[in-house]
Design a protein around this ligand. Structure first.
Ligand code: ZN
Length: 240
């Protein structure tokens, strides 16, 4: 199974750990404004997706936003705020990339090294040395990108010689799909239970009628009761 379709285990584990402070947009609090400003300065207040900036507008200033590539709610605060995970975008681009696959976001915001590393690791596990040689980057550059990718839960085990790629952005949709499937099954089960209950009531009611007809020797009544039972049984629960 592709690691990109799986929920990263330790992301889920840290989500369950109440002691971890996530970069929850509703609880960002102190420090976010400052961090966000730094990111915008680093990106020279230019949208990293479309290249738009305030110099293009004389009267209506463009509001730039700081976007989390891997949503803050999936990561401890310190990890969610690493350089690689934060990017300056305009409002329009923000709505385009929000929730998109991490690879697509890297591609569209010019994070080429991170994208290449992720893609290489998705195909196969590689050593740090192999990555350096093939990307024509220094050991330090690869190490830095790798360590941020690890913080973002995109790769696992930077400490070992080999790495495994995973992808938290798809985890959300996988978890969401599983939840929807469960809800659908629960609803279906409820419908079937109701249908079976109705059927039981109908049959029991007509059985009483059948017994009465047998006792009284009323043939017409007997036939009618039998017909009603047959009707009830012909209607399968799923049709009700
Ligand atoms: Zn833009």
């Amino acid at each position: 199974m592709s690691p990109f379709s799986e929920l990263p285990e330790f992301a889920e584990q840290s989500r369950r750990d109440d002691a971890v402070e996530f970069d929850d947009p509703t609880k960002r609090g102190y420090g976010w404004t400052k961090r966000s400003k730094k990111v915008k300065e680093r990106d020279q207040n230019i949208c990293q997706r479309c290249g738009d900036h305030n110099g293009n507008y004389e009267y209506h200033p463009l509001v730039m936003e700081t976007h989390h590539i891997v949503p803050g709610k999936y990561l401890p605060k310190a990890d969610a705020r690493v350089d690689l995970n934060l990017v300056t975008v305009c409002g329009t681009c923000h709505s385009h990339i929000e929730g998109a696959h991490v690879e697509r976001q890297f591609k569209e915001t010019g994070r080429d090294n991170a994208l290449t590393i992720l893609r290489m690791l998705k195909e196969k596990e590689h050593s740090l040395r192999f990555l350096c040689r093939n990307l024509d980057l220094s050991d330090e550059e690869v190490r830095m990108t790798m360590s941020q990718l690890e913080q973002m839960n995109c790769v696992m085990s930077i400490g070992s010689a080999r790495y495994q790629a995973t992808c938290p952005a798809t985890a959300k949709s996988a978890a969401e799909r599983a939840r929807m499937q469960l809800e659908f099954e629960q609803e279906r089960r409820q419908q079937l239970e109701t249908a079976l209950e109705n059927l039981r009531r109908q049959v029991t009611c007509n059985l009483d009628e059948l017994e009465y007809a047998l006792e009284s020797g009323d043939v017409e009544r007997l036939e009618l009761a039998l017909e009603r039972i047959r009707d009830a049984l012909r209607t399968t629960p799923s049709q009700q």
